[in-house]
Design a protein around this ligand. Structure first.
Ligand code: GDP
Length: 360
């Protein structure tokens, strides 16, 4: 890790540990390194690689995770040096998405992202296979085999892209038929409380809430009634996280389209999290990446039940100072979402004024 900010590094590693846990791995040790810039060949310096090797051996680790993205060559080199399977953060996230995808669409999107990630790393993946097959060592496949694989994968990528384009088209048709409703999309860092808010707003008990990263993968739309005459469609989207693999963002474009077309983005922030500001920036970067940065935003500072009243006041003052629209809520408390409901209703009224009908 390059950052000189110790506590940020610690927090990023804790988050990686949570990702590992979500993916089903148990963390048995960790180490960090301070370098001006990563070693081009092995990411870590020589001494650190040796230290990591000792650590992995002493704890009988079968997997080593890196918080930063490794180039295909770095991954291969480290794996050779350690003789243990190596994954970077992007790969862990892809793995989690793969096990969590439920709908056909989400499955196709994840598969596409995985194949795009795999393509430049084929040689290394082959090395794993060789090893599992009989420990023949580090021999790779012949060039012909690699070429065949590349061709097959490229073909599959093409098919997936075509199918996803079809899904996108039918979604557009659906959306066109919902034109008259006010549509809000929940966005926010993973675990900020999006699902809880959707559940609180809609009263639906079947929204999945879990204190894990990425409980939500498939977009879920619920209808909320806000007093007479107003219905609001609220969509929960994929949770955002630092270093969301680029391929994943690209392949989830169809899902995130929902976000880009929303009348209002509800940017949910876990106000009780020490790094909420960094998390907010990450979400904003992803929004920019999918072209949704121009949408109107209402900031929803959630989990205020976990803060003392002075901190909540400080947040309010800060939001006012920044000139952003914000509400302060708790998805877990009775009536904790009243401010959000009121704000939503006001926005819906602005968008679709109730017209008084005069009969002749
Ligand atoms: P998502 O990943 O953004 O959909 O987040 P979830 O809705 O799944 O919530 C993540 C975790 O935060 C769960 O353990 C929730 O119970 C918890 N949580 C959500 N809202 C609140 C809140 O207002 N206060 C507190 N204390 N915890 C909350």
């Amino acid at each position: 890790k390059r950052s000189s900010d110790r506590h940020l590094v610690e927090e990023h590693l804790q988050e990686l540990a949570r990702l590992a846990d979500t993916a089903g791995a148990e963390v048995v040790g960790s180490l960090t390194q301070q370098l001006d810039r990563p070693h081009p060949g092995t990411y870590l310096g020589k001494g650190k690689i040796e230290e990591l090797k000792q650590l992995a051996a002493s704890r009988e680790a079968t997997l080593v995770l890196f918080d930063d993205e490794l180039s295909p060559a770095q991954g291969r080199n480290i794996e050779q040096a350690l003789n243990v399977r190596v994954m970077d953060r992007a790969e862990v996230i892809l793995d989690i998405f793969a096990t969590r995808a439920r709908t056909n669409e989400a499955k196709m999107q994840v598969e596409l992202a995985q194949l795009e990630y795999l393509l430049p790393r084929l040689t290394r993946m082959w090395t794993h296979l060789e090893k599992f097959r009989g420990g023949i060592g580090m021999r790779g496949p012949g060039e012909t085999q690699l070429e065949t694989d590349r061709r097959l994968i490229n073909h599959r990528i093409k098919i997936l892209k075509e199918r996803l384009a079809d899904v996108l088209r039918s979604r557009e048709v659906q959306r066109a038929s919902r034109r008259r409703e006010f549509r809000a999309a929940l966005v926010g860092y993973t675990n900020a409380g999006k699902s809880s808010i959707l559940r609180g707003l809609s009263g639906a008990a079947d929204v999945f809430v879990e204190d894990r990263l990425f409980a939500t993968l498939d977009p879920l739309t619920r209808e909320t009634t806000l007093g007479e005459g107003y219905r609001v469609l609220v969509t929960d989207t994929v949770g955002f996280i630092r270093k969301l693999p680029h391929d994943l963002v690209a392949s989830f474009r169809a899902t995130l389209e929902e976000t880009r077309e929303a009348d209002l983005l509800l940017h949910v922030i876990d106000a009780s999290h020490p790094s909420w500001e960094e998390q907010r920036e990450v979400v904003e970067e992803v929004l920019a990446e999918i072209g949704a940065q121009e949408r109107p935003v209402l900031y929803v500072f959630n989990k205020i039940d976990a803060l003392d009243p002075e901190s909540v006041e400080a947040l309010r003052a800060r939001a006012a100072g920044e000139g952003i629209d914000a509400v302060f809520v708790s998805a877990l408390q009775a009536d904790g979402l009243l401010a959000l409901r009121a704000a939503l209703r006001a926005r819906a009224e602005d968008a679709f004024p109730l017209v008084a009908l005069t009969l002749p």
